[in-house]
Write a protein that binds this ligand. Structure first.
Ligand code: AMP
Length: 441
């Protein structure tokens, strides 16, 4: 077959899929620690949702959306991010009116952007994110950022940097846009075509241009900090005070602007080089959005949220060797030696599984050597070997695959014995200290 993966996508399987699940569940646990609840929204929405929220002047909406017309002639788009769908759902289900504030939700799932694939950049990628909707205190912004930092700590990283900036309120950004335009105007003929377009529709985005000459120029551009209103200034100051209190290390980056139009006040990114020194870009990013809920037909609710890109997190984890030992694993590997023992083995696997042991059943009738090799590949801890002689006297052989010790056991005692040998029925964690499987009384 010569049909290949679509460009910019990837298959995730075996150890990598297991690693994704482990990272996802670690992230979900952190969200729960901060008292967030889950939400799942559709992966496609009406296109208009994104033009109204992410913004029709953003690169995402202008160039990167997977938009199609369905058979009912509706314009739909694969979600390029999740915040828009979450807010749509909140408004549609009237949670903004009926639920206690703030509404705290986390999500994990795929998002889609038609981007040029490169290091850490895919067309289908996965985001884990949180939305804290209807906050009033600036400390809630700091609390949300510290959730992100805690997630890094839980994954074993300490050296994450939080980049921080304030985009102020609408009047701040208006004044700043004007200042940016007068700064850029004399240089317009030398700018890249994208920047000339951004100059017209979204000058803030010019600071984000990746073209080297434009980057050099951007460094000389005025900073938004000088344009912050008194209110925005003091709000931002309080966020920083709280971050210090929570021991969150941050660096202020007065040129950090986010690619989505709905951001206001505090915006931030999580950065870290991998152990191999590679920079995958922002591992996560977010900020405040104070008009989005209202813009989508709900109450005016101050909100803050962020999203991590799982592919980038996984890349950094892989570079530091943290995924090397991640394997789907098996507690017990049952080897049926011949067709006559298969049904007996099947029944035994059923008993083990109902006693919470992760059990693999091998009905291939290969040589003992080959079967044990398969058991080791599955990372099994015990093999249970069933031959016809033993079956006749209702016995099976248990082999500890780490110590090679083996013993004959009456079949009606084998589940019990295994519970005893493993101490904790069905609950091993390979990252814990290895239990003493060879232990016998
Ligand atoms: P954004 O919604 O653009 O703020 O992105 C949030 C996070 O999602 C980023 O920090 C990345 O980790 C991740 N991300 C965004 N776009 C991509 C992409 N094309 N491929 C992989 N990860 C992405």
């Amino acid at each position: 077959m010569d049909i290949k993966l679509p460009k910019g996508t990837k298959d995730i399987f075996l150890a990598e899929a297991e690693a994704y699940e482990q990272v996802e569940s670690a992230l979900i646990n952190v969200a729960k620690l901060f008292s967030y609840a889950a939400i799942r929204t559709p992966i496609f929405e009406h296109t208009e949702l994104f033009t109204r929220s992410v913004g029709d002047s953003s690169d995402i909406v202008r160039k990167e959306m997977y938009t199609f017309t369905d058979k009912g002639d509706r314009s739909l788009s694969l979600r390029p991010e999740m915040t828009a769908g979450v807010i749509r759902s909140i408004v549609e289900n009237k949670l903004d009116v009926t639920a206690d504030l703030p509404i705290k939700l986390y999500y994990v799932g795929p998002a889609f952007r038609y981007e040029r694939p490169q290091l850490g950049r895919y067309r289908q990628f996965h985001q884990f994110g949180v939305e804290n909707i209807g906050i009033s205190s600036p400390y809630s912004v700091a609390e949300t950022i510290s959730l992100g930092v805690t997630a890094f700590t839980v994954m074993g990283f300490k050296q994450v940097t939080v980049k921080l900036n304030s985009l102020g309120d609408a009047s701040t950004r208006d004044a700043y846009r004007t200042a940016l335009k007068s700064f850029y105007e004399p240089h317009l003929p030398n700018l890249c075509p994208d920047c000339r377009q951004r100059f017209q529709i979204n000058p803030l985005r010019m600071l984000d241009c990746k073209v080297p000459a434009d980057q050099t120029l951007a460094k000389k551009a005025p900073h938004i900090t000088a344009f912050l209103s008194k209110e925005s200034q003091s709000y931002y100051a309080q966020v920083k005070t709280a971050l210090k209190e929570l021991n969150v290390a941050y660096t202020e980056d007065p040129q950090l602007v986010r690619g989505l139009d709905y951001y206001a006040d505090c915006v931030f990114e999580f950065h870290m080089l991998s152990d191999k020194g590679l920079n995958y870009g922002a591992l996560g990013a977010g900020g405040q959005y104070n008009n989005l809920v209202k813009e989508l037909g709900g109450q005016p609710l101050k909100s803050v949220g962020f999203a991590f890109g799982l592919e980038r997190l996984m890349a950094v984890l892989a570079d530091s060797g943290r995924l090397d030992n991640v394997k789907p694993f098996t507690d017990i590997y049952i080897i049926s030696m011949m067709p006559e023992t298969d049904l007996y083995a099947l029944k035994l696997s059923h008993n083990f599984r109902h006693s919470n042991f992760k059990t693999e059943l091998n009905l291939e009738h290969k040589s003992m050597k080959a079967s044990i090799k398969s058991a080791l590949k599955k990372d099994a801890i015990y093999a249970v070997i069933i031959g016809d002689q033993e079956m006749k006297v209702n016995q099976v052989t248990i082999k500890n695959l780490q110590t090679q010790e083996q013993q004959l056991v009456p079949v009606n005692e084998v589940v019990h014995l295994m519970q005893h040998l493993t101490n904790q029925p069905g609950h091993h964690h390979h990252d814990e200290e290895a239990p003493d499987h060879g232990h016998k009384e």
